[in-house]
Design a protein around this ligand. Structure first.
Ligand code: ADP
Length: 389
């Protein structure tokens, strides 16, 4: 990857996607004096509300006018979700912008089957998986991989919405249809009886320099399959942490990543670590880094894509805990709820500024740092319990 050109720092950074990840990237960019132009479908998105410029893709990501406009304003463009098709990223490159992570990398990562194949070819431990051509294949795949197994959409899945667990007795055809088959391609993964879920944020610079944050434990809501709590550092033996960090770095290298990546992993009973998936962008498991680490995942993402030196990823204190504020689908909280949450000492509230709550939607998060996990978890959870968004 070529070095950054000096005019790239004077011009705005482009971010495709207007969600909370874009919003927190803008907050980090603004500290460095870097303006941001956001591309999204609608105005006043969580990121658009903070950006110095906004380009609205009224015709979808394929809107050529919007592509030309954003490429004209931003010499470097990155993304905050993996749902922008790689062909669109290539068009932006064709219009003169540098796109990071590269379109080739995003093409691999945005298709979970291609992503897993790339990691497996690089010798990275992943759960066993199979391509699905037709629902009729599932009975044979189940006999081969074992029952139950997990059926996944290859593309556009998030927060568990593209996954279904299948057991003997489930109806393969209707489960495939629920996930969008035949329009949407599917694959199957063995069900992993993990002991815990872990994650590592890895940042790779334009020159290939790679750093990683500490291994964290992520706890998912058992019903929603969405992350509820992140605990940094994970309470695991040093040998397991070293293994997880090495695997996470190799995983990002295996797809030629540039910028911040979230690497989600399963920890098995015997201490073995398997990669679940990669996200080619800042990740929910790294929100604690804003207050918890010397340099946040968002600032390091900006530094990485602009070719600046990467910052120190180490924890400032012994522990940091992040609790997500997941939507209830009702009214937005009033001042009394903010009062109660912010009365808990040392907590940091992030409200993403979403107009509408939906059940399970990520509306904000709370972070607490401290000398011990117990103390940080107690305060973060107590504050989160005060707010219904
Ligand atoms: P998404 O991309 O929608 O977040 P994931 O594939 O990461 O979906 O799955 C969401 C959650 O579902 C994981 O965090 C994990 O709890 C569970 N899960 C996913 N794949 C498997 C698997 N192969 N075995 C067991 N649990 C799984």
């Amino acid at each position: 990857m070529t070095a950054a050109k000096s005019n790239e720092l004077a011009a705005p950074l482009g971010i495709l996607g207007g969600g909370q990840l874009g919003r927190m990237t803008i907050q980090a960019a603004s500290t460095l004096g870097i303006d941001v132009v956001v591309g999204d479908f609608k105005p006043r998105s969580p990121a658009g509300r903070l950006a110095q410029g906004e380009v609205i893709f009224t015709g979808g990501w394929d809107d050529n006018e919007a592509i030309t406009e954003i490429a004209r304003s931003a010499p470097v463009i990155t993304l905050e979700n993996e749902f922008v098709d790689a062909c669109v990223l290539e068009k932006l490159e064709g219009a003169g912008s540098t796109v990071l992570p590269t379109p080739d990398c995003v093409r691999t990562v945005q298709d979970k089957l291609k992503q897993k194949t790339a990691m497996q070819s690089a010798g990275i431990p992943v759960p066993e998986f199979r391509k699905v051509e037709h629902p009729d294949d599932l009975a044979m795949i189940g006999d081969e991989l074992g029952w139950p197994f997990v059926l996944k959409a290859r593309r556009d899945g998030y927060d568990g919405y593209g996954n279904r667990k299948l057991d003997h007795g489930s109806d393969p055809a209707s489960t495939c249809e629920e996930l969008g088959w035949p329009e949407r391609e599917l694959f199957v993964e063995q069900f992993v009886p993990f002991e815990r879920e872990l994650a590592v944020i890895v940042v790779r610079g334009r020159d290939g320099e790679t750093i990683n944050y500490p291994v964290v434990e992520t706890q998912q809501d058992p019903e929603l399959h969405i992350c509820r709590v992140v605990i940094a550092p994970a309470d695991i033996p040093a040998t397991v942490a070293e293994q997880a960090e090495a695997i996470a770095r190799q995983a990002v290298e295996s797809v030629g990543g540039t910028g911040t990546f979230g690497v989600e992993m399963f920890l098995l009973q015997d201490g073995q670590v398997l990669v679940n998936e990669l996200a080619p962008r800042p990740h929910n498991s790294g929100h604690y880094t804003i207050e918890g680490c010397v340099t946040s995942q968002f600032e390091n993402h900006v530094r990485a894509v602009l070719g600046l030196p990467l910052g120190d990823p180490s924890l400032r204190e012994g522990a940091a805990v992040m609790v997500n504020l997941l939507g209830y689908g009702g009214e937005m909280p009033g001042k009394d709820q903010f009062d109660s949450a912010l009365s808990v000492p040392g907590v940091h509230l992030h409200n993403y500024g979403k107009d509408q709550s939906r059940y399970g939607r990520k509306m904000g998060h709370i972070t607490a740092c401290g000398s011990s996990t117990e103390d940080a978890l107690d305060r973060a959870q107590r504050a989160a319990d005060q707010i219904r968004m």
